[in-house]
Design a protein around this ligand. Structure first.
Ligand SMILES: [Fe+2]
Length: 206
């Protein structure tokens, strides 16, 4: 799809995994793992509430990991099944990731990952390269996230409770609430603390 002054590159992939729907939602809205699993170093959460978040991250260029750049990411929970992130980077107008998580059974879920990059007109000649980069980034991100999903499903089935341990093999708390509780030792709010009191009403989530 293209118009005179921009081009949209799209890539979509579906997966079915033996995890609960809430494990999929948890994985999308857990921002603590981004810097350790995906290499989004220095991730900062500028704002978050029950259905949105604003992140300030440093991303790496696929195929060229020695090049990194700052991105501002706006996360939205469109509905119960669909979350969307919209970010702006120096190399494109917008990158839109739409992640749909559909329960099939209690322990089986379908994931539909759709990525669109809207290129500046003067970068249109790089469209084939961008398509390769999106495919690589999508597949790599999925592969990095999959062990986290499977491990969380496993520990929940064993009765693990977040920040507590194994409470009882009969108590399996799969439901989550957003924003997710965070480790007190993380550094995800350093920048946000500097720009308070703008975000003061939301400090209880830190
Ligand atoms: Fe992830």
């Amino acid at each position: 799809m293209s118009t005179s002054n921009f081009r949209i590159i799209e890539y979509e992939k579906k997966h079915i995994v033996d995890v609960n729907y809430n494990v999929g939602i948890w994985n999308i809205w857990d921002f603590e793992h981004d810097q350790y699993i995906h290499g989004y170093s220095d991730t900062q959460i500028l704002y978050e509430n029950t259905n949105s978040a604003i992140l300030y991250q440093r991303a790496k260029v696929p195929f060229l990991p020695f090049i990194s750049y700052r991105i501002l990411v706006n996360m939205q929970r469109i509905n119960k099944y669909t979350s969307q992130s919209i970010s702006y980077s120096p190399f494109s107008k917008l990158a839109v990731a739409t992640m749909t998580v559909k329960p099939i059974t209690e322990s089986k879920t379908e994931f539909i990952m759709n990525y669109k990059v809207i290129l500046h007109s003067y970068f249109k000649f790089l469209a084939p390269l961008y398509r390769l980069m999106i495919q690589k980034w999508t597949d790599q991100t999925w592969a990095e996230d999959l062990p986290l999903k499977l491990r969380r499903q496993d520990i929940i089935q064993k009765g693990f409770k977040d920040f507590y341990g194994i409470e009882s093999s009969n108590q399996k708390k799969i439901e989550i609430s957003i924003p997710l509780p965070k480790l007190k030792s993380n550094n995800l709010f350093l920048l946000r603390k500097k720009i308070t009191p703008f975000f003061k009403e939301d400090e209880k989530n830190q």
